[in-house]
Write a protein that binds this ligand. Structure first.
Ligand SMILES: Cc1cc2nc3c(=O)[nH]c(=O)nc-3n(C[C@H](O)[C@H](O)[C@H](O)COP(=O)(O)O)c2cc1C
Length: 363
């Protein structure tokens, strides 16, 4: 069980099989290209209650490139000093490259490694990486075996629940092979390859599968609010939840989930405060978070042009949760520098002009 600080008499933490891996907090944030860089991970940690360590994934990293890249020069590989509990996601299927990539990344002290079996991008399919591995369970299992062989740390797989359709039998057989190959846990994006990132996620299907596996199963897809996460954790069989795009809009969602599960400590930077909850509180908190993100981007991303590009991409994804967010979005797209985007965000904060919706239709 989670060790509680003396100020915490009780809490209603669900005990899950992730604890066998040493993970006491069953919430993770998904790998997302262009979004889950070090600056965003630091933003998430700013809003994470003291004492909790959610696993935060990097974006997918090509194992053909990592061996030749400089860890301190490539934004996708950059980590904060002393950063822990991050999981590099590996894309690839060749043992030599996987082994070299793991060796290269180990000095950064990641928590574990994840294998991407869900990316549907054309470039990825051409090499038989990503979601293509769903079409060949034996090869997918080999990729797990080779990764385990070279990793002294836990290895997970992030996959989808099917190709054209969600197929419980296929998922059962496929995940059984990954388990037998040594995967330490599996995260299933409960949408098919055909759905891409749209439409309903079939959380129930993952819940039905979980008792059939002896390793933890984490569910991902369309988890947008703390209420979604808590209801999944308390009513379904799964071992954990992984939040994707909603975390870009409400990076305090981990704090909200922790509060709802009875955890009393606030994040260090917000000592004595409660997580933002109402549409107005969340709207204001969003603008404050964008200012923090800009500051982290200047710390962790080298060139100003890249900082601005990453900030814009964050806003493209996050603004959808804001009522009238389009106005802020267009101003960010027009900002010529990060400093201009920051000034404009501070001015919007003074106007106090936004509110946030709880759930939206994702596409
Ligand atoms: C911009 C973007 C980039 C993504 N990049 C990755 C990636 O690198 N690796 C991966 O496994 N999934 C990737 N995904 C999928 C997410 O990890 C997640 O499975 C998906 O967004 C569903 O979760 P959500 O509905 O909570 O957003 C990406 C999604 C988005 C929107």
């Amino acid at each position: 069980m989670l060790s509680l600080s003396p100020t915490q008499p009780s809490q209603t933490w669900p005990t899950t099989r992730l604890e066998k891996l040493g993970l006491t907090f069953p919430v993770m944030v998904a790998p997302m290209v262009g979004l889950t860089h070090c600056a965003f991970r630091q933003l998430l940690r700013l809003y994470t209650p003291a004492g909790l360590n959610p696993l935060l994934f990097t974006e997918m990293l090509s194992t053909r490139r990592i061996p030749y890249e400089r860890l301190d020069k490539v934004d996708e590989l950059r980590t904060a000093v002393g950063e822990t509990h991050f999981v590099p996601q590996l894309l690839g299927n060749e043992e030599t490259y996987i082994a070299q990539s793991i060796r290269k990344l180990l000095p950064l002290s990641p928590w574990g490694f994840d294998i991407n079996m869900g990316c549907p991008a054309k470039q990825t399919l051409k090499h038989n990486w990503g979601v293509r591995l769903l079409g060949d369970a034996d090869y997918a299992a080999r990729v797990v075996e080779m990764t385990k062989k070279h990793s002294p740390l836990p290895v997970s797989v992030k996959m989808r629940c099917g190709q054209d359709k969600a197929d419980p039998e296929f998922l059962d057989a496929f995940t059984a092979k990954l388990e037998a190959a040594g995967a330490d846990w599996l995260t299933v994006h409960a949408r098919t390859q055909a759905q891409k990132h749209k439409g309903d996620a079939n959380w129930g299907m993952i819940s039905d599968l979980a008792p059939r596996r002896n390793i933890p199963l984490v569910v991902n897809g369309d988890i947008q609010t703390a209420a979604d996460a808590v209801s999944i954790l308390q009513t379904l069989n799964v071992d954990g939840v992984m939040i994707g795009r909603a975390a870009t809009a409400r990076p305090w969602i981990i704090w909200q989930i922790a509060e709802d599960l009875g955890y009393r400590d606030a994040p260090l930077a917000f000592a004595g405060m409660k997580a933002p909850r109402t549409p107005l509180e969340e709207g204001l908190a969003f603008l404050q978070a964008m200012i923090h993100l800009i500051d982290f981007l200047t710390l962790y991303i080298d060139a100003e042009e890249k900082q601005l590009r990453r900030f814009r991409f964050h806003v493209i994804n996050a603004h959808k949760w804001l009522f009238f967010g389009h106005a802020y979005y267009s101003r960010c797209m027009k900002a010529k520098s990060l400093a201009e985007a920051r000034e404009m965000t501070v001015a919007s904060l003074e106007l106090g002009s936004f509110t946030m919706s709880s759930r939206i239709t994702l596409f």
